[in-house]
Write a protein of this length. Structure first.
Length: 216
């Protein structure tokens, strides 16, 4: 009987350790699964689909001191179509006062357009608007219009990332009929903007896991 009791206790011990191992593995699996929820997957991005250097004097608004015309980025050539959600991020900084030793500013905004037409600059700042872009259209922001200037223009970045209320990057859904994206520096006087190390740029990435509700 003593031998049988020892045997039974051994079986119980082995069973308890087995259940503990199974429970531990379950927790690990649950933790891994939780990290792959829709929310987590929605934040997974491809390597930037496209990146381009931004001239520190680049503008699509009317501005002073001869701003450089903002390039119309062809979305279809990047494989981006209406309904896609994209992340737009800024890289690097510029100096708004011609000081190559103090490049700290990162203000950029953008607007979608049905075409690549950018009307001539009148060399006089008249506010942040889309007067020069006849094809400008309203923007769709999954996280709400917290970085909007109006329904058509949205901020990509401002200030020094998280310093003094700054931020960098935005999620935006490409609206219906959008074919092009214009990007400009958030400024009014452009002639003294410099980027001495040539690191001022934007990257555009498709974002996985978000539904394309308006895709044709």
């Amino acid at each position: 009987m003593a031998t049988e009791k020892i045997f039974i206790e051994s079986i119980k011990t082995i069973k308890s350790k087995f259940l503990l191992i199974v429970f531990s593995l379950s927790l690990i699996l649950l933790s891994f699964t939780a990290s792959k929820t829709d929310v987590a997957v929605a934040q997974e991005r491809y390597t930037p689909t496209f990146s381009i250097k931004i001239d520190p004097r680049q503008a699509f608004i009317h501005g002073q001191a001869n701003p450089v015309d903002g390039e119309a980025i062809n979305l279809r050539k990047l494989g981006i179509i209406p309904g896609d959600t994209i992340s737009i991020e800024r890289f690097g900084y510029l100096s708004p006062y011609s000081d190559p030793n103090n490049e700290y500013y990162g203000g950029l905004y953008a607007t979608f357009s049905t075409n690549n037409i950018l009307l001539p600059n009148n060399n006089g700042f008249s506010g942040i608007n889309t007067d020069r872009i006849p094809g400008a259209i309203d923007t769709l922001l999954p996280n709400g219009c917290i970085q909007c200037i109006d329904n058509k223009i949205f901020l990509i970045s401002f200030g020094q990332n998280q310093v003094n209320g700054g931020y960098n990057g935005i999620l935006v859904q490409v609206p219906a009929n959008a074919e092009y994206l214009f990007i400009g520096v958030n400024d009014s006087y452009f002639g003294d903007n410099v980027d001495s190390n040539g690191d001022f740029a934007v990257g555009i990435s498709k974002v996985l896991g978000l539904s394309a509700t308006i895709r044709p």
